[in-house]
Design a protein around this ligand. Structure first.
Ligand code: XUL
Length: 521
């Protein structure tokens, strides 16, 4: 049997998923919820509460405790860990852990003491800033200025200097706690930290997650000397060289072998970021298939043949775990904005769907919307920007069907415009997330992108991606073989574009572009 374990250390939970590569089946899924299962860490939402909404830190020991608890929970089900042939994982991106001793230089994990107590003395910083932290605007400006502007940061690292990215966070740590920074011998990411705990040795950061630091030179795969210097002193010595995602970073430490019965020598593949891992879990590592995740916020991600960067500076480029690169573009006005329209015009969710499918047409009779009910990251708008253009009833939010279609069309046009720089026109778009059940939304995306829409019934694409990566390395099965077994599109939800509707979007697309230009974004 070939069992492969994937772990995903996300903001609110740590989850495990085991696949049987021979049988083509997911054989186990288990999770630990940080707030519910580990209340003693005082992090109901996975991070330490702080009155400052910009400051979001988590306790790295919470993640270590969660790992032990998760494996104990799995052990209780009678699962035979000795059948696992490989392990990989993913982590919430950008979050950073600071160590005063490299884990490779620390004593081997002892089975006589809880792991948390062995890791605690190794931390040079008690908390880890995570991706929800937005407190580093000053540091972003300083880093960009030091290297010649944001366009330089984009062209080297694939993203502008961004508050949640690791480089600006490291710089802030150096500025505010210089002594603790000086005592830090290694800075690592959530993903590589978890791999280090499992192997009992310092696991390197992979290209997938490393690209979310504003430090990695995408072309060379090495830390950029200019960005290192702009970020904090002596940073080069505190980072292990980044590695391709397919690197075997070690084997499970004897601690896990003894405690849970894993086979000695079980290989551990580099951990990566949760978004690169989801690219695998969604079966989208080949260019031509894009993924749209419709959640509280919306995300578009896709594999890229070449390391292009977004000339407008909103998108990000990360490493594709299957090789090459991927883009990721985030939109803050996702479901919250759709729900706000539904609420204003009094449409239930089924009526919202019917309004798009049955009561309106592509192009919406020239009724259009700038859909920014809340501040937006793509394009960057610090203030809400809601503008309606069209009939008087539409402008007064008194034409429910047209109002419903308008928000969805504007969001789809925005997703297309802001992903056009990747230079790949997706032939198929895989849509996930709560709103992917809405066929009206799927049809609009199909017509705006002129692509086939598929939905994939994978509940945890990051953990599945991790298990698939471990299986790819362990079995030699091709990605195509693994996807055929584990990432199957729901045959009942196939939405094709309609040539007539595709044509109808030419003018709305041009109009949307003019609106963006008028806003200067
Ligand atoms: C990506 C990002 C988030 C986290 C969530 O840039 O910040 O998607 O990875 O875990």
């Amino acid at each position: 049997m070939g069992l492969y374990l994937g772990l995903d250390s996300s903001t609110q939970s740590l989850s495990a998923l085991v696949i049987d590569s021979d049988a083509g089946q997911v054989v186990l899924q288990e999770a630990v919820n940080f707030g519910q299962d580990l209340p003693e860490y005082g992090s109901p939402q996975g991070f330490l509460p702080n009155p400052d909404p910009q400051r979001r830190h988590a306790d790295p020991l919470l993640w270590v405790a969660a790992l032990e608890l998760l494996l104990s929970k799995i052990a209780k089900t009678g699962f035979d860990f000795s059948a696992v042939r490989g392990v990989s994982g993913s982590g919430q991106q950008h979050g950073s852990v600071y160590l005063n001793t490299r884990i490779s230089d620390a004593p081997a994990w002892s089975n006589a003491t809880p792991l948390v107590e062995q890791v605690r003395p190794l931390l040079s910083r008690a908390s880890a800033p995570i991706w929800l932290d937005s407190s580093t605007t000053a540091e972003c400006g300083e880093i960009a200025a030091a290297v010649g502007g944001d366009s330089v940061v984009v062209s080297v690292t694939g993203s502008r200097a961004i508050e949640r990215f690791t480089g600006p966070q490291i710089r802030k740590f150096w500025k505010t706690e210089p002594e603790a920074y000086a005592k830090t011998v290694e800075v690592t990411l959530v993903s590589a930290f978890m791999a280090s705990i499992l192997t009992g040795a310092s696991a390197p950061i992979d290209f997938g997650d490393g690209a979310g630091m504003n430090l990695l030179d995408l072309q060379s795969g090495a830390w950029s000397p200019a960005l290192l210097a702009a970020t904090a002193p002596d940073l080069a010595q505190k980072l292990l060289p980044a590695v391709p995602s397919a690197t075997r970073v070690g084997e499970l430490s004897p601690y896990f072998v003894k405690r849970f019965g894993f086979a000695p020598g079980t290989p551990v593949l580099a951990f990566t970021g949760d978004n690169p891992s989801s690219l695998v879990g969604m079966g989208a590592t080949e260019p031509g298939t894009a993924v749209i995740s419709l959640g509280t916020s919306d995300t578009v991600f896709a594999a890229m043949r070449e390391p292009r960067t977004d000339p407008r500076g909103y998108g990000h480029v990360f490493g594709n775990p299957a090789g090459g690169f991927m883009c990721l573009i985030g939109f803050a006005n996702g479901s919250l904005a759709r729900e706000e329209v539904a609420r204003r015009v009094g449409l239930s969710w089924p009526a919202f769907e019917a309004a798009i499918l049955q009561q309106t047409n592509a192009g919406n009779d020239d009724n259009s919307m700038l859909p920014y009910f809340f501040p937006e990251m793509t394009p960057k708008l610090l203030e809400p920007k809601l503008e309606l253009e069209g009939s008087p009833a539409f402008r007064a939010f008194q034409d429910p069907p047209a109002n419903a279609r308008a928000i969805v069309e504007a969001q789809a046009l925005s997703m297309q415009r802001h992903s056009d720089w990747i230079g790949e026109r997706p032939r198929s778009v895989r849509v996930t997330g709560g709103a992917s059940k809405n066929r009206g939304i799927l049809q609009v995306i199909a017509d705006v992108f002129d692509a086939r829409i598929e939905t994939i019934s994978v509940s945890n694409s990051a953990a599945l991606g991790a298990a698939l990566r471990a299986a790819h390395a362990g079995t030699g099965l091709s990605w195509a073989d693994l996807y055929a077994r584990f990432v199957v599109a729901d045959a009942s939800v196939r939405v094709e574009s309609s040539p007539e509707s595709v044509r109808a979007y030419a003018e709305p697309r041009a109009k949307f572009a003019r609106k963006m230009q008028a806003l200067g974004v």
